[in-house]
Design a protein around this ligand. Structure first.
Ligand code: 5GP
Length: 263
């Protein structure tokens, strides 16, 4: 499918129009950002790995009955996805306490939560994606009670499926962020809620089950080095390394700082 006009460029992805107004092309960039763009670098090969890992995970979720935006992978960096009206909310699921939860509430790092904790954040870079309650969502009409009920259920089911998928390859799913969108039928009378986000080491915290070694974007956030090796390890264990023939086209592993300002 031919790439049309650029619709949107985000921190790690670019979206392009296609001839079909309901379908778009999602391009995965190598750019990595953290702390709301204060730290920026290009991690060569990251886009390729995220494209493959996300394809694998969304395909598996879809086989388990989860509706997603994923249609098919086009090439090393691009996939076709359904266009959706995105809810302005980030849905975060936590199984083990770390990151902003430990900072915000003083919960000891690594505390295993008795049951998954669901959090909602308002998608607004200028405000640092603040934590919100369901009441904020309903007050400002960001989603209806019925929609949140459906999304909460989908999110917990996705968490269960992902925990199992990663446990099978010796990885703990610590936490992750996902977004949802709404698609409409032809006369816009009926809508469907779909998972409309990538799922990759950029959006999940993944720890090796035995050593608790971080295999995700925290390697970048915390300057732990070997970022791409972490992502590659996840892909390798899932059984989906990039095609051998194309590996040489991608300069894997080199990290080029783009900007780094300390607060
Ligand atoms: P925390 O709130 O602890 O910083 O993040 C919780 C989880 O959500 C982590 O897995 C983190 O990667 C993910 N997450 C939260 N906000 C974002 C975001 O804006 N972009 C991405 N890619 N992941 C996020």
């Amino acid at each position: 499918m031919n790439k049309g006009k650029k619709l949107y460029e985000g921190k790690a992805k670019i979206l392009y129009e296609t001839k079909d107004k309901n379908i778009i092309i999602q391009h995965f960039k190598d750019d990595a950002t953290a702390f709301n763009n204060l730290k920026k670098a290009s991690v060569e090969g990251k886009g390729v790995l995220n494209n493959r890992i996300s394809e694998y995970i969304l395909t598996n979720l879809s086989q388990c009955g989860i509706k997603t935006h994923f249609i098919k992978r086009l090439n090393m960096r691009e996939q076709l996805i359904k266009k959706a009206e995105i809810f302005p909310i980030e849905f975060i699921v936590r199984n083990i306490a770390t990151g902003s939860l430990t900072k915000r509430l003083g919960i000891p790092e690594g505390t295993v939560l008795e049951k998954p904790l669901l959090e909602y954040c308002f998608k607004k870079d200028e405000l640092n994606d603040p934590l919100i309650s369901k009441e904020h969502i309903f007050s400002f009409d960001w989603a209806t009670e019925k929609e949140i009920q459906i999304i909460d259920r989908m999110t917990l089911r996705i968490n269960d499926l992902l925990i199992g998928m990663f446990r099978g390859i010796g990885i703990k799913l610590v936490d992750f962020k996902i977004e949802y969108g709404k698609t409409w039928n032809k006369d816009r009378r009926e809508s469907e809620i779909i998972l409309a986000d990538e799922i990759s080491p950029d959006t999940c915290r993944l720890w090796d089950s035995k050593t608790e070694k971080k295999l995700d974007k925290d390697r970048f956030r915390k300057d732990l080095g070997n970022i791409i090796q972490g992502y590659q390890e996840v892909a390798r264990r899932l059984g989906i390394m990039p095609e051998e023939t194309n590996i040489s086209e991608v300069n894997f592993g080199k990290t080029i700082p783009l900007k780094f300002k300390k607060k």
